[in-house]
Write a protein that binds this ligand. Sequence first.
Ligand code: GLP
Length: 240
Amino acid sequence: MRVIVCENYEEMSKAGARIFAAHVLLYPEAVLGLATGSTPVGLYRELCRMCKAGEIDFSGITTFNLDEYYPISPENPQSYRYFMNENLFDHVNIDKSRTHVPSGMATDPAAECAGYDRQIRAAGGIDLQLLGIGLNGHIGFNEPDGILTTGTHVTALTESTIEANSRFFDSREEVPTRALTMGMETILHARKIVLLANGTAKHPAVKQLLDNTITTHMPATLLKVHPDVTLICDREAYEG
Ligand code: GLP
């Protein structure tokens, strides 16, 4: 795993955005894997700025997001579809029909998940995947457990994730208790992975990511088997 330590959130966001911009420049028809949460907001802001300045072109780009709450409507401001529109898709020249987020409204969520993996395969797989990391080491919504599911699947959120994500909702009761998420196999099939982490709260997770152990109780550690992962973090996440 390559590690880039930045001085602060702004620098981390710009370093990540440069990698995504370079990829979009080199491969105008690339398939990008995207993430939500507070961490990638600065990176998306920078990509929007570059696109507006005419430096990058998203017209041929396809995207697949990692996850979505279930059930949730795309019109709900807390849905990940809404987040992506607000933070990236509405501000760049991407063809919205090429942007994919698992549907939080699917009547048959298992079929939605199987279909999502088929769509990723049909698009040729993910070239560059952006990731954040949960306080408990979750990736997407792959929560710590003794056994993890390989492909995209329906999952129950842990109490710690519901608690952590309740800051975005009016009350804790409004946080959906389930989600649709790419599995660790789907994620590990991406050709390149960029993982962002900032702030002291993420230090324990980053520390475990950089030691020499792998455990499904900390799903991010599975990334250690991938040959092309770049961790970009700020000094707080790196040093604690
Ligand atoms: C969320 C998302 C993850 C994200 C993580 C960290 O629950 N499902 O994809 O990486 O938690 O969120 P944040 O960036 O807000 O710390």
